[in-house]
Design a protein around this ligand. Structure first.
Ligand code: UD1
Length: 342
């Protein structure tokens, strides 16, 4: 059997690496490109240890248009692309908007130009629930309005979706944008996981680093929100469930089961959890005591977001299977491994 060759951009990153594992486990041949700006070559080893197959890898910066064109000339047999490569720190995007627009938009345009030039028709895109802003009603369906973005990062996701939609309407391109809620956790083997550079901005890496003694104390940003316990609510989804959804979305395009050339799906669990619930769940699942304090709200945080997952359940036939406890347990196992804690 000839294995279909899939390009995964940003395949050494957090969600990318877990997706490469699921693709290889499903029989796809993977080629990764990554510029290593926020990822390490060690991830290749982790993927290989899990799947027993080393994925092909090229260090390539997608902002270099000529290099991108050259890559596709050398790789004529790519049948689909899963595009993760992008910058993702909300705060940094406010400080350096042009970096975000260049990194997240130019790269998408160059890739799509190569798709057109080489007849590559299947394209999965990493989008975010951030496009919904503070939603008018919960749970959030895919029909909820896209709100004006509050950061350049969020804006790049909105503009990227429009670029894809416009391109799909006039070419052979078929694309699925996957709007992630809050991905957490690590592979159960602890061979791969999240490796935030510097001080983590996201909740779960901050929790695990605090428990590991790398950070002194977790700050819980606000307990005066109009929610049951006063802290913000998010839909935390296990990264392995998320990774599996990418394989299913790709298969939908490859087998031409898509209903239109451009589709959007929410990827979440459908359950909202408060920050304090996550903290309590971490303590309960791992037996670790977490040093935390309540501090002021973090500017820009929305109160509550969680997904309506019915469209993904019905049309993709995908459903998140793992629990919050599974995710926190795996995140802690990973943190302990990288910090060499017994
Ligand atoms: C946001 C975006 C998401 C984007 C991500 C990138 C929304 C709804 N989500 O996620 O699309 O991909 O940024 O980083 O806009 N918290 C603490 N203490 C901490 C860290 C976080 O209390 O040290 C709280 C936050 O206030 C928030 C929750 O934990 O309520 C989750 O925060 P985080 O992990 O940063 O993700 P979002 O801000 O939801």
């Amino acid at each position: 059997m000839i294995m279909k060759k899939i390009l995964v951009t940003g395949g050494l990153g957090y969600i990318g690496s877990h997706t490469v594992v699921e693709l290889q486990n499903s029989g796809y041949q993977v080629i990764i490109i990554d510029n290593l700006s926020n990822a390490s070559l060690d991830v290749l080893e982790g993927i290989t240890n899990i799947t027993k197959t080393p994925p092909a890898f090229e260090r390539l910066d997608l902002r270099l248009k000529a290099d991108v064109a050259d890559f596709f000339k050398r790789n004529q047999d790519i049948e689909g692309i899963i595009h993760f490569a992008a910058s993702k720190a909300v705060g940094e995007s406010v400080q350096n908007p042009l970096l975000y627009y260049e990194n997240n938009l130019n790269t998408l345009i160059y890739l799509l130009q190569e798709c057109n030039a080489h007849g590559i028709e299947n394209f999965i895109f990493s989008s975010s629930c951030t496009v919904y802003g503070e939603p008018d009603s919960l749970p959030i369906t895919e029909d909820a309005p896209v709100k004006s973005a509050t950061s350049p990062y969020g804006n790049t996701k909105q503009i990227s979706e429009e670029i894809l939609k416009d391109t799909c309407s006039i070419s052979a391109l078929k694309s699925i944008a996957l709007r992630y809620f809050n991905p957490i956790g690590a592979h159960e083997t602890a061979e791969i996981g999240e490796l935030p550079a510097g001080v983590p901005q996201n909740l779960v890496p901050f929790i695990t680093q605090t428990a590991a003694g790398v950070r002194e104390q977790l700050s819980v940003f606000g307990d005066d929100y109009p929610t049951e316990d006063g802290s913000c609510i998010r839909d935390y989804i296990h990264v392995v469930d998320l990774a599996k959804a990418h394989v299913i979305a790709l298969q939908r395009l490859l087998s031409k089961k898509n209903q239109s050339n451009y589709e959007v799906f929410n990827l979440g669990t459908g359950r909202g959890s408060s920050v304090l619930e996550v903290v309590n769940s971490f303590e309960k699942t791992t037996g670790e005591n977490l040093n935390y304090k309540i501090v002021d709200r973090r500017p820009g945080d929305v109160i509550a977001v969680y997904a309506d997952t019915q469209k993904a359940n019905k049309e993709l036939g995908w459903k998140a299977e793992k629990t919050m406890e599974d995710a926190l347990k795996s995140a802690w196992k990973w943190e302990k491994k990288i910090r060499k804690i017994k």
